[in-house]
Design a protein. Structure first.
Length: 141
């Protein structure tokens, strides 16, 4: 497979694992159920999957807050899971902030609250930091 974006091969494995989880469990469970199942799938295909990893947010060298990442895969892909009917702009802005806080360059946003799984690929370069507008040149949910 020709690499079209950073970590494409690993990203595709994560996406396939998410589809496997969705096909097996269906929809309607809490986010934590999908997180645990996805971690199992990822480990079975040889990827590391760190769950509920604390991430510190710093400002001018001082820690000003923290959040917990759902999954960090192979130390280079952030996976955020949602069990909501729709993903809105606030979810996407949250992802961009997570990418900035972690220094990780790729994020997969996965929604499990419907009959079809939804996966968004998020790369920092897809955000116009000046206007704050999101560039929707990506897989849409």
């Amino acid at each position: 497979m020709a690499e079209e974006y950073k970590y494409a091969e690993v990203s595709e494995k994560v996406i396939k694992a998410a589809y496997q989880v969705h096909n097996t469990l269906g929809f309607g469970f809490l986010e934590k159920v999908y997180e645990n199942a996805l971690a199992i799938e990822l480990r079975e295909v040889g990827l590391s999957a760190e769950q509920q990893q604390p991430v510190k947010v710093s400002y001018r060298g001082a820690i000003v807050g923290d959040y917990v990442a759902d999954l960090i895969v192979d130390g280079r892909i952030l996976v955020e899971l949602k069990s909501v009917a729709t993903l809105d702009k606030s979810h996407e802005v949250q992802l961009v902030n997570y990418l900035k806080a972690t220094g990780i360059e790729v994020c997969l946003h996965q929604k499990f609250k419907s009959a079809f799984i939804c996966v968004n690929l998020r790369l920092p370069l897809l955000v116009d930091y000046i206007s704050g507008e999101l560039n929707h040149d990506r897989r849409a949910c």
